[in-house]
Design a protein around this ligand. Structure first.
Ligand code: MF3
Ligand code: CO
Length: 249
């Protein structure tokens, strides 16, 4: 599949999807409390998404059994909500959600703190978020894809963090995952040239220690090899001739 350029109509629908997803994340952040299970978070998230007339795009995607990916501490992404997994003060939790509005997708992730967390955990979350903003300085018509990847990776690595290599961002639109793949580290090739109307899900996944990750036996949950913390920050972004438009914020 090749990279698609969205029409004004499609961009309008993706703006709506993005706004709804941003609200979903805000409401989820408010609901987060120590003592909740990761399953509770999924239930709340699914209800919010339905209340806006959207479909949770992750549910049943390649068999994923829930609406929200809830990844705690050393879990990088794709944590499966579980009634027995209870959040406690000091945890960090990454919430990844996707919605479909009138056939168009939006995808975004945030990492939150549960109660008071260590300064090291706070720093990791902040740097992960900022690495996204460093990357989108190059999310403009005329730059190449690798300009984004390099900026994300360099920033995170300058703090000594590990940049996950086995999972990448992606184009998005009628499908959750479209071309191009968007690594969070520099590649040798400069990649495609960015054009107004492209919509990209840019999603740094940054580890406190090694960049290496492994899959748990549930075949979904990705964890850091050294079991140190990991954070995730993602938005759906529209490329324009000028500043990028962050659709899911
Ligand atoms: N944001 C994730 C991604 O882009 C969400 C996919 S999780 C899945 O891959 F459950 F839907 F697979
Ligand atoms: Co994504």
């Amino acid at each position: 599949m090749s990279v698609t350029i969205k029409s004004e109509r499609e961009i309008g629908l993706m703006r709506e999807a993005g706004k709804i997803l941003a609200k979903t994340h805000e409401e989820l952040a408010k609901a987060l409390k120590p003592g909740m299970s990761t399953w509770d978070i999924d239930q709340i998230g699914e209800e919010i998404i339905h209340s806006y007339g959207c479909i949770p795009s992750f549910k049943n995607y390649h068999g994923y059994p829930a609406s929200i990916c809830v990844s705690v501490n050393e879990e990088v992404v794709h944590g499966i909500p579980d009634k027995k997994r209870i959040l406690k003060e000091g945890d960090i939790v990454s919430l990844d959600a996707g919605v479909i509005y009138k056939g168009y997708h939006s995808d975004a992730a945030r990492t939150h703190t549960v109660g008071e967390v260590s300064p090291e955990a706070k720093k990791l979350i902040e740097v992960t978020k900022q690495s996204f903003f460093e990357g989108i300085k190059f999310a403009k018509e005329g730059y190449h894809l690798n300009d984004i990847s390099r900026a994300v990776g360099r920033y995170a690595e300058s703090f000594g963090y590990g940049v996950v290599r086995d999972l990448v961002g992606h184009g998005i639109g009628k499908n959750l995952h479209e071309d191009p793949e968007i690594p969070n580290f520099s590649k040798k090739r400069r990649g495609i040239q960015l054009q107004a109307g492209m919509t990209l899900a840019i999603e740094p996944m940054i580890n406190q220690g090694t960049w290496k990750v492994v899959w748990l036996d549930d075949d979904w949950t990705v964890v850091t090899l050294d079991r140190k913390l990991s954070a995730h920050y993602e938005n759906t972004v529209l490329i324009t001739k000028g500043e990028p438009e962050i659709l899911s914020i």
